[in-house]
Design a protein around this ligand. Structure first.
Ligand code: BGC
Length: 509
């Protein structure tokens, strides 16, 4: 039951994984680098004094004044978090436009455009002379991220052969984690630059992943799915032959054409997405990104140094610990890459979810025992190491479950006719909740204290139950065949009308 029983035999297209596909996916996944670099960079930069005195003098003055013994409430400056999270607001708006461009002009154009705008943002930020340049730069970065997160996961899932789709798609998440780690390391070194311009290096170096992305997408081919949908059938056929490394692509090509025919009948993909028959996809487009953010991962990614300072680490120890969690995040992603197409998505999500729950509850309890509600304590070295270990256990679980699968699963479950719009919705919800958590975390820490960790732990229980009952397995199923899974699911089948059920079962191989 519970969606795990979907093991009917599916069409197996001939063809293999080619070097061409591998390289194309590697290049495309560099879109993850720009996103990751952003996630990792701002926390460190906004804690650099020269940056604060120059752009946010009032925040700096306040920070100097605060004589607060309650650790939970030590750090709290909404202006600064608003600056950090403005990027996510820009990204969410941009992803809506990106949906249209990705559909009309192809996945590659969105990636290229996103890369160029991001590059402009990096340059503006690196040379910023005033707050306006800083904010406009950040908005540009956000637009770049919106375009890239909307188009890259789709690109990867469409290029990949079904039996390796998980692995290839997760290269996006791997790049996100590399971006975060690189940013943590850059901050660690630039914070030491004595001339007070280290923050310029941190912000300006965002240009590096942007150049990789722009350079790469100039040469990238578009996906056969997108070429067919835009009426370029011959080109699509040639591309499919090339990426599958065989001439025997008839079956897969026919499915692409059939999917594209369905697309033509659709005038407005947004209102289509709201139709009852797409209820399972709509629910997933909302729930998967939202729950991914409610794991609380970005509390660690954005605020690791602050969190570590809160429990009494010194400045350098905090930055080092942030580098450690960043490293664990990256390395653990490989577990997912290696297992996702064999174990399937559900097993990873169920295991990862359970591990996150345990880690959060232990963490909350460790902090409760020491700090209680007063928030005043001195913790020993071994106790502090225990806390860091707990955070690493949590981060690694995220890194092989909700991190990569939060992007992979949505990108593979939408039928072509609503794929681009639905993926925009995924980015929108992801960004909204990234924004909300970034914005309210410090306030929540101050109010809920150690209970904050129980709060996220409770959400992780909810999401694990959700996966168990409502998420069907998608491993190995060709992307244009995916709509079969809903008609067979104990709950979602009620939204699939009977004609469609017959049609789907009669064409099953
Ligand atoms: C999430 C980000 C998160 C990152 C951590 C991504 O999948 O969307 O919000 O910061 O993983 O590695």
């Amino acid at each position: 039951m519970a969606g795990g029983s979907f093991n009917e035999k599916h069409k197996q297209y001939p063809g293999k994984m080619t070097i061409f596909v591998f390289l194309a996916c590697l290049v495309a996944s560099s879109g993850g680098l720009i996103f990751g670099y952003d996630i990792g960079i701002s926390g460190g930069v906004t804690s650099m004094d020269p940056f604060l005195t120059r752009f946010f003098p009032s925040v700096y003055a306040k920070e100097q004044e605060v004589v607060e013994t309650n650790q939970y409430c030590k750090f709290d400056s909404e202006l600064l978090t608003l600056f950090t999270s403005s990027l996510y607001l820009a990204a969410l708006v941009a992803s809506l436009f990106a949906g249209y461009i990705t559909k009309k002009c192809g996945r590659r154009v969105s990636m290229l455009g996103g890369g160029i705008i991001f590059l402009a943002g990096a340059v503006l930020n690196g040379f910023a002379r005033n707050v306006a340049m800083l904010i406009i730069g950040r908005v540009f970065l956000g637009i770049g991220v919106g375009f890239s997160n909307q188009s890259v996961p789709l690109y990867l899932s469409e290029m990949a052969p079904a039996n390796m789709r998980g692995m290839l798609n997760i290269s996006f998440q791997l790049m996100i984690t590399i971006g975060i780690l690189a940013a943590n390391l850059v901050n660690y070194f630039t914070a030491k630059i004595s001339g007070g311009w280290g923050w310029r290096v941190s912000l300006g170096l965002a240009a590096v992943p942007a150049v990789i992305m722009v350079g790469g997408s100039i040469f990238l081919p578009d996906t056969p799915n997108s070429l067919v949908a835009r009426g370029k059938e011959e080109k699509a056929r040639a591309m499919l032959r090339r990426i599958r490394g065989t001439n025997d692509i008839g079956l897969e090509f026919d499915d692409l054409v059939a999917a594209s025919e369905a697309t033509k009948a659709i005038e407005n993909p947004w209102s289509t997405l709201l139709e009852r028959r797409y209820r399972p996809q709509l629910a997933m487009a909302f729930l998967i990104p939202t729950l991914q953010q409610l794991t609380g991962i970005n509390v660690v990614m954005f605020y690791a140094p602050v969190l570590f300072k809160t429990i009494g680490f010194g400045g350098t120890a905090s930055l080092v610990s942030a580098v450690i969690t960043g490293g664990v995040n990256m390395i653990a992603t490989f577990v997912s890459i290696a297992t996702v197409d064999r174990l399937g998505r559900r097993k990873l999500l169920l295991q990862g979810g359970t591990q996150m729950v345990i880690a959060q509850f232990v963490l909350g309890t460790l902090i409760a025992i020491k700090f209680g509600t007063s928030g005043v304590a001195d913790i020993s070295r071994s106790y502090a190491i225990g806390v860091v270990v707990c955070i690493c256990v949590f981060v690694s679980a995220f890194a092989w479950s909700w991190g990569p699968l939060g992007w992979l699963v949505p990108s593979e479950i939408f039928p072509l006719e609503i794929r681009s719009a639905a993926q925009s919705a995924v980015v929108v919800f992801n960004m909204i909740f990234t924004f909300v958590i970034a914005q309210i975390f410090l306030m929540l820490l101050c109010r809920l204290k150690f209970g904050l960790f129980y709060f996220f732990g409770a959400w992780e229980i909810v999401m694990t139950i959700f996966v168990y009952f409502f998420l069907p397995e998608t491993k190995g199923i060709p992307i244009e065949e995916m709509d079969r899974i809903w008609g067979k699911h104990w709950y979602w089948k009620r939204f699939i009308d009977d004609n469609r059920k017959v049609e789907l079962t009669s064409t099953a191989v």
